[in-house]
Design a protein around this ligand. Sequence first.
Ligand SMILES: Nc1nc2c(ncn2[C@@H]2O[C@H](COP(=O)(O)OP(=O)(O)OP(=O)(O)O)[C@@H](O)[C@H]2O)c(=O)[nH]1
Ligand SMILES: [Zn+2]
Length: 336
Amino acid sequence: MRDTGTDDPRVRIRPNRRGSRPRTKIRPDYDDALTARVYRVDRGRYHLILDESGTAVVSVKARELGRGAIAVGDRVAVVGDTSGRKDTLARIVKVLERTSTLRRTAEEGEAAGNERVIVANADKLLIITALAQPEPRTGMIDRCLVAAYDGGMEPILVLTKSDLADPTPLLDHYRNLEMRVLSTWINEEMGQTDGVDVVASEVAGSISVLVGHSGVGKSTLINALVPDAERATGSVNEVTGRGRHTSSSAIAFDLADGGVIIDTPGVRSFGLAHVDPDMLLEAFPDLIPLAEECPRGCTHAETEPECGLDSATEQTAERVESYRRLLEARHNAEQF
Ligand SMILES: Nc1nc2c(ncn2[C@@H]2O[C@H](COP(=O)(O)OP(=O)(O)OP(=O)(O)O)[C@@H](O)[C@H]2O)c(=O)[nH]1
Ligand SMILES: [Zn+2]
């Protein structure tokens, strides 16, 4: 009998369905769990690579972890059959703490306002934008920047198709942001490239996630960076058939020189509604002292009558403009 703290017979407690032992004691012991990274999620199956052995393992999720709790890039603890042999299934029992997140807004049918993590633990967000065909869209780049700053990733702008147009007007637009910009040109037929080596050394040893509109040359770039992309996802060729992707799942590929790149095929929108103006300001450390003069609850928008950011002059004023443009990008209905 448990001690209820009273001997009043009218006080009754519900019997503990799991018995009177503390919950932690009746749980299986996960001390022997292995750690792994999630490379692909497909119909409730999680494709993992074990940290220590590099073995590709297919896994399910332990029921207590709940729905949608595991994303590509997540580090997990896994038990059960971790041999990686055909038709074996391991079980994920824990998701390790994330260092960053990339979220998308919920799709139709999911709870409105819900945001789901599509990639976890990436260090860098590579925003892939063509200089032409299709034309670059600053709205998309702005939204990616907000997602990167908010999610804890370093944004890097990668301008593709540098043979087709001059990057100057676009670079001008972003000159007040401390964002690194790389550019590439790839001709697969001729086997010629320019700038791909710089991107390769940028992604080596890091975890990078690539986002971009259809047709910007993202697949071409990934092929140049990971010639044997199929192997990295656990030898399932049909899923990496580029262009044939219908799912919105991300896919991770190991790089030869260490590091991981994560493609996001079919991902067309980010969740930005939750982004708070002061959180975004963290990406503009030079503006934080100005905001200290703001009245409580200031949203730092242009329409705020007493926003401290209005006192900025010259180059700082241009930074304020960029910051406010990104603030606006949160509300844009535009995809990405
Ligand atoms: N001129 C030029 N064309 C390129 C370059 N890189 C890729 N392309 C072409 O652009 C087109 C689209 O390239 P993809 O790599 O399929 O583009 P994607 O972004 O993966 O597009 P989806 O597969 O629709 O997501 C192809 O015809 C490529 O050959 C480049 O540097 N210069
Ligand atoms: Zn303000």
